[in-house]
Every structure is written in structure tokens, then in C-alpha cells.
Design a protein around this ligand. Sequence first.
Ligand code: HAM
Length: 424
Amino acid sequence: MSSDERYQALKGMQDILPPDIYIWQKIEAAAREIFPLFGFKEIRPPIVELTSVFTRSIGENTDIVEKEMYTFNDKAGRSISLRPEGTASVVRAYVENHLHNLPSPQKFFYSGPMFRYERPQSGRFRQFYQTGVELFGSSSPKTDAEVILMLGRFLEKIGLEGLSFQINSIGCEKCRPGYKESVTGFFSDRHDNLCPDCRRRLNLNPLRILDCKVGRCVEMRNGAPQIIDYLCEDCKTHFDKLKSMLSAVGVKYTVNPEMVRGLDYYTRTTFEVTSGTLGAQNAVAAGGRYDKLVKAFGGPETPAVGFAVGMERIVELLKRSGQPDLPVPDIFIAFIGDAAETQSMLIAERIRGAGYWAELGDSEASLKSHMRRADRLSAKYVFIIGDEEINSKTIKWKKLSDSEQGETPISGLTDFLLENITRH
Ligand code: HAM
């Protein structure tokens, strides 16, 4: 690369910088606070897996597997992929580590980057972050309700309001085939008017037509059969109980019979949380039940349910309600002379040892430029140390917000900090 060529992050991938990073940290802290209250423990699966982990779970005929995976051969010639989502890896880990031998239910949460080679647009990236949860070993609708309730608590904790919760049931292996057949019949009659993708989907994965964003396919959906009318007794009871429990615990939701989700592993409950202000990429979180996946990975029959939150999208919503306060140094130490420089470093270390943020001026700079820098950093206090202060074992201080000034003995440093500064 020649010296005038510029390095740039790959398309659809972005640096997360201050001040935005403080919003990210706030969200991550909320996840660590709320999810354990419901018994979820953190899990960290690898970012790369054998490609088959994803094809087997997400489905061969889904957009993710057909067109969006970052797949390549490793040096041993194995096909491996960057994870496009978290559920498949967590299920693989659950089975591989025999976590099903532990008392049920087992509950996990995770946070990290996912990769999908999608067309980048506002709210859609090729590397994006999800914070997700997965619960194994309960088929009860109460569990679905609790997981959705927890998602609501989490979003509330980070200060997001006015989001809409949509739920649906997409049935089970007993009732879905009948529904699929009706959908295939319905769209076969309209075959020629479908977009090329949907014509292909008609035979491979007809339910995906219900999710297509192309205008003429959206129109074509008018009057399409709805899964709700095809649910078997067990699925219907499950869905009815979920709805009554959500109402009982005060989660406001709407039933969206067209929500089919873009991943094949779901059974029964699916849900999405959307924002009215994000444009086309409006889903901030999504999830559902996947009762057959653990078995498909060679584990025992284990019902499961989970969701993932799209971090960039909630960061965007939070940014709209104001930038976070940037942290500022508690103490800026301005010093004059060589002896004071060493003394300043020792004092800075004592300040940090007590849990406060200390910044030091530059060696060659004048007192005036030290003060200027302290100002620019919005430090709370400036400590001024020169030969005189070293001799008298005192520190001169100045509070920058109101220019109040004073002196404190070096021996009383910790008391000064405790009395005057709120710790980070
Ligand atoms: P998903 O709907 O594919 O579900 O993704 C979940 C969320 O991740 C979306 O609602 C969205 O907020 C975010 N997201 C997805 N793709 C992108 C992208 N390209 N750029 C930015 N954000 C994106 C899953 O991934 C399932 N694993 C969720 C789940 C967990 N189901 C059960 N357990």
C-alpha cells in the first residue's frame, strides 16, 4: 500500500468511539444487572464455528445462510463461518458441554459481535452487536412470558420507552405443514406476480414470502392464510396462555400474524420489539421458542426460548434522547520544576489508589499551559505543586467550576478527595 493510500474500516463495519461507547457500556451494565435477577448467567462462545452449526440451525434456505454468511476455508480445508447470530453457538455449546445434565432450566446471556453480509443501510451493518439470552429446559408459556417480561425490564432500565411488542405463534411440526401447504397453494395461484426471490421461496421456504419487503409481494399477501387459524390444540393453548400471562404481568403487546421471522429454528412463540422511529430497520429485539434445536444438535429433546437485542439500534435510539455525560478528570496536577514533577507523579498515584481519576501536566509546559489543558479537559480540581508546596508539604488547589481556591496538607489528601469529589 502506498503512503497516500487511506486505510478504512470495511463497508458495513464501524468503530465505536467515545462518547458513544459510554452508551454501549450503560446498556451492557444494564444487561449484567437485569438478566442475573432472572437467573441468567453469562456465556461466551467463540465467534467462529463450523459452517454446519449455522446451516443446520438457521436453515439452508434462509437469507442468512444463502447469502449473508462470512464463510471461508481454514488452513485444514474446513468450512468455517463468522457467527451471524448467537443462538446456534449457544445451543452447540449447551450440547457439547453436556449442560443438559445440570438442573433445568439452564439460562444464559451473551453479548458480542455478529456478522452478516447484508446490504448496509441505516441500522443495518455487516458487523453488528447483539446482547441475547437463551433458556433451556422449559416448555411452559410462563417461561416465554417471563423472557419477554425480562426484555421489557431491560429496555425500561436503559430508558427506552414507547416500543411496541409484537407476538405470534408459528405452530409446531404437527400444525405447520398444513399451514405451509395452504400458503404454497395461495401463492402458487399468484406465482407470476411474485418477485424472483419469492418464486424460488415458493418451493423451498414459502413462509418467507410473508416476510418479503418487495412492494408487489406485500400487495399479494392480502388475504393470505394466517397461521393462527391453523394452530393445533396444544399450540393454541400455549399461545392463549402466553397472551393471558403477558396481560397479567402488564406487558402490552399486539398479535402480528404475519411475523414469521427469518430463521428456521422457531417453533410456537415468536416475538419482536419495534420502534416507530427507526425507519425500515425498525426491529430492536427479536426472539422466540425453538423446541427442536437441541435435539437437532444431538442433545436430548429440550425445549428452549430466547431473544437478541440489536445493540446499534438501541444505541441510536438512546443517542436521540441526548449524548451521555463524558467523564472528566477529578484532579489535574499542574507542576513547576523537576522536583515537583516527581512529587506530582507520587501524588497522582495516591489519588488513583484512592479510586479517583488523576491527570498530569506535560513536563516542558508552563504553568499557564497546564492550566489551559486542565480547563480543556474540564477537570474538577487543579492541584498546583512547586518548590514552595514541596517545602511546606501542602498542595494548592483550585476548583475550576467556580474558581474557589485553597490549600490542603499532602498528608490530608485522601480526606480532601472524599470530602470534595464524588467517586466514579
Ligand atoms: P434476528 O432477528 O436475526 O434474531 O436478530 C435479532 C436482532 O439483531 C434484530 O432484531 C436486530 O435488532 C439485530 N440485527 C440483526 N441483523 C442486523 C444487522 N445486519 N445490523 C444491525 N442489527 C441487526 C436472531 O439473531 C436470533 N438469534 C434471536 C434469538 C435468540 N432467538 C432466540 N434466541
